[in-house]
Design a protein around this ligand. Sequence first.
Ligand SMILES: Nc1ncnc2c1ncn2[C@@H]1O[C@H](COP(=O)(O)OP(=O)(O)OP(=O)(O)O)[C@@H](O)[C@H]1O
Length: 228
Amino acid sequence: MIEMKDVWKTYPNGVMAVNGLTVYIQKGEFVYVVGPSGAGKSTFIKMMYREERPTRGDILINSQNLRLMKERHVPYLRRDIGVVFQDFKLLPSMTVFENVAFAMEVIEAGRDDIRKRVMNVLDIVRLKNKARFMPHELSGGEQQRVAIARAIVNSPAVLIADEPTGNLDPDTSWEIMHILEEINERGTTVVMATHNRSIVNNMRKRVIAIEGGRISRDEVRGAYGYES
Ligand SMILES: Nc1ncnc2c1ncn2[C@@H]1O[C@H](COP(=O)(O)OP(=O)(O)OP(=O)(O)O)[C@@H](O)[C@H]1O
């Protein structure tokens, strides 16, 4: 599903953010990516959806090699990978419905399909009743749920979340985690970078720790102890 083979990333300013990283993530897994600030977590994640390109090494997503992928094929890759950010990134002048629908309009889905599917994903994130609201009329947690709905509306194989609970209080963070877990249970692979220890320690998942641009630990951790 997601395979990185000896991947390196040096930014143009000379910073070596990822240094020889090899990892395999299977279909249907739920993986946390943890590590200190500046460890290379975001760079690792950005390379998965081709926001950044590796300096060296291969990245395969569903057998497509991102290093060899032509620029014009990147939009197709993005249908297969939904992304959620810490700061939601909703379009402020569009309603909740329109924000989610927009992701289907860009791939030229039909009107009826859009209506049905958008209401379906708003139901998954429990926001059907707020479809006509504007982003500024929503709480932070609700805005993040809209961003999640938008990320999954095209049924991606992978959902990538970079610090999705970073701007949220603990209760709201748990709400978001339960939604991500539900999406994972429906078959989507979830990769989530986080600094939130309480979440990592209380949900039994695979944890990939990155330090200095390398994997320092890769184990199943969580509520029921450790396991390698
Ligand atoms: N666009 C960029 N240009 C140059 N250097 C960058 C760029 N993005 C990140 N870096 C550097 O690469 C290193 C890894 O950054 P990255 O954002 O991947 O870390 P992180 O683990 O996600 O950190 P945080 O937890 O603080 O978000 C850092 O030294 C950072 O300064």
